[in-house]
Design a protein around this ligand. Structure first.
Ligand SMILES: NC(=O)c1ccc[n+]([C@@H]2O[C@H](COP(=O)([O-])OP(=O)(O)OC[C@H]3O[C@@H](n4cnc5c(N)ncnc54)[C@H](O)[C@@H]3O)[C@@H](O)[C@H]2O)c1
Length: 431
């Protein structure tokens, strides 16, 4: 049976390397489509949790994971020699920036180096980690070909960007269309065959670079538009215009407009990071990506802007920020998820603590919140807590919070998300 036939009839064994926010939901979706899936991770803890059927990713309920593990369709391991059992391997490892905001592809290189010794002929490898155009062929391909296998003939290689939107109740792995670009046409064909079993719509493109660039376009589009809203919010605030009302009004235009919202700064593993993968690579082509740099500048300034607005609001209450008790409401980077990566709450808390504020937080999704190695005290959201602070700052608008109570009892609220929409009070200030 050929590789394509094995993918199509579900007899292929699939490997997923990196069982995080992207890899675990994908492994589960593949197993739900009745493929045998082996999950690989360097974290023995995650591997043990998967093998026990205990999910650590909110979008993957344990009730969904456990039957797949019990039926033997999904298992996890730290032993990369089991790559030799696989027909297809998908790499979903982190792609962070280093301290100089340059791409750090070391996780991709390490994963490739772990996989390479166990590759065999007639096998597909895909990369899903968000990265700059060229990574698949410049970084991954040489490591895979160092085995003596030739991409396009013995081995098939493609890039397919992950588009997971954590916490999205409508669009999840299966019903989010998947872009695929192979090194050769045969590589694309193999990747389309593998993903078609577990994903409804596959969108082939002409090259790995086009697929890599597609993901960056999507994230840069968001990053630049959020920055635009953050700038328009600042000018609107000076003009005493409510930017949230303006966006709602503009949204009624049935064509040519898409709403974006201001906020306390970017968060998550994607939007604050990915655009810089492109600006770094663009320099190799003598291009300075000015939109990306400008958007980065505006968005990175937002935590500082929030602190300045808080100081102004406290000033209106004849209080200095120093020694004021400030409650941060919601510290995860977005609503109704537990992910703290790059959360603007971290920078805001750090700035407030540095200025002498007494910072506490409430976030039902985040049991522990550390800033510069020190735990920020967590508080319950009661009338007493709210009356006892000098100001509350809504950083993330989790849906489980009683915002009426926040508006009624906190002496001052700075709302960076319009969570207190319609609750007009002297004490409520919004961005
Ligand atoms: N989280 C998202 O919402 C999202 C969305 C789209 C794209 N992405 C991209 O997907 C990639 C993965 O992101 P994530 O959020 O799943 O990250 P994550 O940190 O949640 O998961 C990565 C996993 O890879 C494992 N890992 C690290 N090095 C490894 C190695 N050498 N071998 C095997 N496993 C290794 C880690 O232990 C971890 O479990 C990133 O490039 C990210 O930009 C993420």
């Amino acid at each position: 049976m050929t590789l394509l036939e094995r993918f199509e009839d579900g007899t292929a064994v699939l490997g997923v390397v990196g069982l995080g926010y992207v890899g675990l939901p994908l492994a589960v979706e593949m197993a739900k489509a009745a493929s045998h899936v082996i999950g690989f991770d360097i974290s023995a803890h995650k591997v043990a949790q998967v093998d026990a059927g205990d999910s650590y990713i909110p979008d993957v309920p344990s009730d969904e994971l456990r039957p797949l593990v019990e039926s033997g369709l999904l298992s996890a391991t730290t032993d990369f020699s089991r790559v030799s059992e696989c027909d297809g391997v998908v790499i979903c490892v982190p792609t962070p920036l280093n301290a100089m905001k340059e791409p750090d592809t070391s996780f991709i290189e390490a994963a490739a180096a772990s996989v390479a010794p166990h590759l065999h002929a007639d096998m597909l490898v895909t990369l899903e980690s968000t990265t700059y155009p060229g990574t698949t062929e410049e970084v991954l391909l040489p490591i895979l070909e160092s085995t003596g296998l030739k991409v396009g003939t013995d081995l098939f290689l493609a890039f397919s960007p992950e588009r997971v939107d954590p916490g999205n109740p409508v669009y999840q792995t299966r019903n989010t269309p998947k872009v695929v670009g192979g090194v050769t046409a045969a590589c694309t064909q193999a990747a389309v065959a593998m993903y078609s079993r577990c994903i409804d719509t596959i969108v082939p493109v002409s090259s790995t670079r086009a697929a890599e660039m597609t993901k960056l376009l999507e994230n840069i589009f968001r990053c630049v538009n959020i920055a635009l809203m953050n700038e328009l919010m600042q000018v609107s605030a000076r003009m005493d215009v409510n930017i949230w009302e303006v966006v709602e009004a503009a949204k009624t235009k049935p064509f040519g407009f898409m709403p974006f919202y201001p906020g306390p700064g970017l968060g998550g593993h994607c939007i604050p990071i990915d655009p810089f993968y492109l600006s770094w690579k663009a320099r190799q082509y003598d291009v300075h990506t000015e939109f990306i740099e400008l958007a980065g500048k505006v968005n990175e300034n937002m935590p500082y802007y929030v602190v300045t607005r808080l100081m102004e609001a406290l000033n209106g209450h004849h209080k200095p920020l120093s020694n004021s008790r400030v409650l941060l409401l919601g510290v995860a980077y977005k609503r109704d998820i537990d992910d703290m990566r790059e959360s603007p709450a971290i920078k805001i808390a750090e700035l407030l603590i540095r200025k002498g504020a007494d910072v506490v937080y409430h976030d039902e999704w985040v049991p522990r919140f550390e800033v510069a190695g020190r735990a920020v005290p967590a508080v319950e959201l009661t009338e007493e807590t709210l009356r006892g602070v000098d100001a509350a700052v809504v950083v993330t608008d989790h849906s489980g919070v009683d915002y009426e109570a926040v508006a009624d009892f906190a002496p001052l609220v700075l709302d960076t998300r319009n969570a207190l929409h319609g609750m007009e009070r002297e004490s409520v200030v919004r961005l």
